[in-house]
Design a protein around this ligand. Sequence first.
Ligand SMILES: *Cc1c(COP(=O)(O)O)cnc(C)c1O
Length: 372
Amino acid sequence: MIPILDSKRQYAAIGSEIEKAVCEVLRSGSYILGPNVKALEAELAKYIGCNYTVGLNSGTDALHLALRALDIGAGDEVITTAFTFVATTESIEIVGATPVFCDINPDTFNIDANKIEALITPRTKAIMPVHLYGQPCEMDKIMDIAKRHNLYVIEDCCQAIGAEYKGQKVGTFGDIGCYSFYPTKNLGGMGDGGLITVNSENLKNRIVALRNHGGAIRYHHDEIGVNSRLDEIQAAILRIKLNYIDEWNKARRSHAATYNELFAGYSDIQTPKELDNTYCVYHQYTVKIPNRDEIHKMLQESGIGAMLYYPIPLHMQKVHAHLGYKMGDLPITEKNTEMVISLPMFPELTLDEQKTVASTLINCLEKSKALV
Ligand SMILES: *Cc1c(COP(=O)(O)O)cnc(C)c1O
């Protein structure tokens, strides 16, 4: 059995460091928004390259509070992608705004920057690009459109910590960047967690207040906020893991290169393409294949933990049915949804395992062809 992700191997390597840090928090008596959260916020601002970061409960809260801080709500439209996790568009609906779906670039699976402008209306307030699978979006084009039309940009960086576009980390191009520390992410906690990146001090202060019941001063409440505080145990764990993130991302990139080599010459397998001048961090290694559903089943039966991210594009989800989209509205999103399959990818994956994954996938493809 080769799983898509094996968190236990990471724990085996750094568990003793983590246990020590967690015990210190337990003994300290400070459990919420304490010194570890403060230190993590400063360390991540330095690592990502922004003025401020604010620790939150989850990536979903980061997206939601980013929209709140920019006063985006009822009557407003946000242009985004349907080829992502539902939290992206859920956050837009939570604040009462309307997601407007833009089709994707089939090479990167990210929002097609060339198709954004046609979707802009007088109600458009923001563009929300998602750096899916750890591949940066075309931020030059997106920022140019945003500037010309006076739109905000909120980057969903939940799968892309450490990823760079033209030497600059994602989350620093737009007004606000949103990160998740869900355990499966490249920088994952041992519970839920999230973070926003921001350069504006005003926006930072607004989010600091929103995360703690809408007030900067305790028991003084200026607006309706939420409880989205990051806890000390998660922050202490994340501070240790942050020391390894570059090494782990490098290992992911090296595994991606190995898969690419193992699949070279098999025209049925389309391997991931990287844009020029980007540093992709391969949260997922996702290929495109024919007969995807059948192959997925065969791989599972052979003990390969392949997954479909995501099996239904968001414009076809029941939760967004009220928006009135139908099949055919986003042809490239729809076609790619049927072809993608993500293979085992994590820093501790071995070469032998990669060879097994590759030969099994190739065998399954040959078998499915012979059956036709
Ligand atoms: C994981 C993820 C989120 C949500 O993060 P949580 O911390 O699970 O709330 C949002 N967007 C994308 C693209 C994600 O992968």
